[in-house]
Structures are given as structure tokens and as C-alpha cells.
Design a protein around this ligand. Structure first.
Ligand SMILES: Nc1ncnc2c1ncn2[C@@H]1O[C@H](COP(=O)(O)OP(=O)(O)OP(=O)(O)O)[C@@H](O)[C@H]1O
Ligand SMILES: [Mg+2]
Length: 320
């Protein structure tokens, strides 16, 4: 089969190589996503090569948001398949609307005795598109306009599901026995995310570009926090990110992610805090630390080292 071409155009003849990459990064930024070099590059290549992207990394580092931002940046509709244990084809691809089919059969039966041919026509009829319930994968394949398809948390499904997905991702078509083959009308931009709860198959990885998203650098995280909470004072944002960094260095069950940094920034702004002293920290640390045992460790190793209330932030994190 001739597969549809990637929707994005390559760089023009007089465009320097790399200009498209910068354009992708700028478009993501305009859509509210600050991409680092590797995220910008992979997003750019995925559009040019028409390959799916597998995004892995710890919780809350912006895996899902990247897909949403790409949808906003490209103006493509976002179709999302949220994965969970036990997810099957009926919820991912399509299923027949049995209720509607039954009603149709009953309506025909009630219309009075007819010849057999009419019965056959009904059987053909009830396996038409009108009776099909479209699920995210089929919707993405069948869409006339190119979409962004987000297959979120693929590691929650089993290997059987992954195998089914492979077929869809390599052929960009879905065969429905009663209807025939539905071929992709346009090339979706596909992002799969995983939290690494299980190792994905080599076969899946081979078909995808790979992006590892980690906790960002201090500078980038400050930018991200200020993008989401623009009213927060710049110095306080920097201090917040530094303290979160100190917390991440501890051996915790669940280190705070970017999502927690943003929540904490919002809370500090609401509380009118102008510095992060030990009192403020102890009052609000449950926003960034969410395990009982982690709380004790963080209070002892970070809370105690912050300056006491009223002593200003200039004596920094090293004060006892
Ligand atoms: N580079 C970024 N630019 C702007 N916002 C970001 C960026 N990275 C993360 N965020 C913000 O951080 C929050 C968490 O991101 P997201 O939900 O995408 O994380 P995730 O990696 O999908 O987490 P999980 O594994 O728990 O699903 C979101 O509010 C998102 O807007
Ligand atoms: Mg997510």
C-alpha cells in the first residue's frame, strides 16, 4: 500500500538546515511548552519522517504535555487513548453498537412478514458504518485532517495489546472483518508515553523515535515555573527550584516533579510568601512531597537547613 506522506513540509530549498528545527521549538514555546534540545529535535524529526515517538521518563516531567503542546502548535486535533490494565481492542479500535443493531433488527421484524431477501439486507445493513462505535485508534486513522494521536501510559497495557498496536503503527491501517480495511487518510503524528513500569518490546521500540525526558536544569525549570505562574517573583522562583532540587537529591519514594514545582509556586503566591524560610517550608512541603516516610526525611534534611522565619533568604540553604 502507498502510505500517506507526513503532513509537515520539509525545509524549502533556500532554507538553511536546522531552520525547521528552530521553527518547531518556537511553535512549541508559543504553545506554552519549553522544549529542551532533544525534545525539540525529536518533535521536529517525527513530523518530517512520519515516525511515532516513544517518550519515557519519570512522572510529571512533561511527557503528556508535549503531545498536547504539539497539537496546539500544529493546529491538529488531539486524539487521546489513555491506557490501563485490561484495555482491549473494543475500547481502543472500534466496537459494534449492539443496542442499535438490535433495535434495527426488531424494527425490521415488526414491519411484517417479508421475503427472505429483506432479512439479508438487514444483516448487511447492521454492519455498516452507522453501527460502528469509533474508538481513538480508528478515529485517528480515519480522520481526513491529520491529527496528533497520544497513546498515554502504554506500559500499563499487556504485550498482546502492544502487538496489536504494532500493526496499526507500521501499516497505518485497521481491518474490520465485516467492513474491510480502513486505510489512513492522513498521517497522524503519534506520541506514546511510558513511565517505565515495564520494559516495552524491542519490536515497538524499533518502530519509534525515542525521547527520554528527565528533570530539567535549574534555569529551564525556573522558566517553566514562571511560564505557568507569571506573577511569582523571579528570585523566589529560583529559590523554589533550588529547594526542589535539594529535595530531589534525597533518596525518596517519589521525588517532586515539575508538576509539583508549579503547584508549590501557585501555593506560595496565594499565601503571599516572599521567601522560603523553614516555617513556610514545613507548612507547605506536603505539596511537593507525598509519602509519609518521605515527609520525615525531607523535614529533617531540607526543612531544618533553611533559615528561620524573619531572617531573610540571603543566608541561603546552608544555614543550620
Ligand atoms: N517543558 C515544559 N514546558 C511547559 N510546561 C511543562 C513542561 N514540562 C512539564 N510541564 C508542566 O508540568 C506538568 C506535568 O506535565 P505532564 O502531565 O505532561 O507530565 P507527565 O510526564 O505526563 O507525568 P505522568 O507520568 O505523571 O503522566 C504540566 O502541568 C505541564 O504543563
Ligand atoms: Mg502523563
Amino acid at each position: 500500500m502507498s502510505s500517506p506522506q507526513p503532513a509537515a513540509a520539509g525545509p524549502g530549498p533556500d532554507q538553511p538546515a536546522g531552520a525547521g528545527l528552530e521553527a518547531t521549538r518556537d511553535a512549541l514555546e508559543a504553545a506554552g511548552y519549553l522544549a529542551d534540545d532533544s525534545a525539540a529535535l525529536v518533535s521536529h524529526l517525527a513530523q518530517q519522517l512520519g515516525k511515532p515517538v516513544l517518550v519515557e521518563g519519570p512522572a510529571g516531567v512533561g511527557k503528556t504535555e508535549l503531545a498536547k503542546a504539539l497539537s496546539r502548535a500544529t493546529g491538529r486535533e488531539l486524539i487521546r487513548l489513555q491506557c490501563y490494565e485490561g484495555l482491549d481492542e473494543a475500547k481502543a479500535l472500534y466496537e459494534w453498537n449492539y443496542r442499535k443493531q438490535l433495535l434495527r433488527i426488531q424494527a425490521e421484524a415488526g414491519a411484517g412478514p417479508e421475503e427472505d431477501a429483506a432479512g439479508d439486507a438487514v444483516m448487511e445493513d447492521i454492519f455498516g458504518e452507522e453501527f460502528l462505535l469509533t474508538r481513538p485508534l480508528l478515529a485517528a486513522i480515519a480522520s481526513e485532517a491529520p491529527v496528533v494521536l497520544l497513546i498515554d501510559e502504554i506500559d500499563k497495557t499487556d504485550q498482546e495489546f502492544e502487538a496489536m498496536l504494532l500493526e496499526v503503527l507500521s501499516d497505518f491501517q485497521i481491518s474490520i472483518p465485516e467492513l474491510g480495511v480502513v486505510e489512513a487518510a492522513s498521517m497522524p503524528l503519534v506520541l506514546l508515553t511510558s513511565n517505565n513500569s515495564r520494559e516495552l518490546t524491542e519490536a515497538l521500540k524499533r518502530r519509534c523515535l525515542y525521547l527520554w525526558l528527565d528533570y530539567p536544569s535549574v534555569e529551564r525549570e525556573v522558566e517553566i515555573v514562571r511560564l505557568h505562574v507569571p506573577d511569582l517573583d523571579a528570585e523566589l522562583a529560583l529559590r523554589l527550584v533550588e529547594v526542589v532540587g535539594m529535595v530531589r537529591e534525597l533518596d525518596l519514594k517519589k521525588p517532586p516533579s515539575i508538576a509539583e514545582s508549579i503547584d508549590w509556586a501557585r501555593a506560595l503566591l496565594l499565601l503571599g510568601a516572599d521567601q522560603i524560610d523553614s516555617e513556610t517550608f514545613n507548612r507547605t512541603m506536603s505539596i511537593i512531597v507525598k509519602h509519609r516516610t518521605d515527609l520525615d526525611l525531607v523535614a529533617e534534611r531540607v526543612g531544618m537547613r533553611l533559615p528561620a522565619a524573619g531572617r531573610g533568604s540571603s543566608n541561603g540553604g546552608g544555614a543550620a
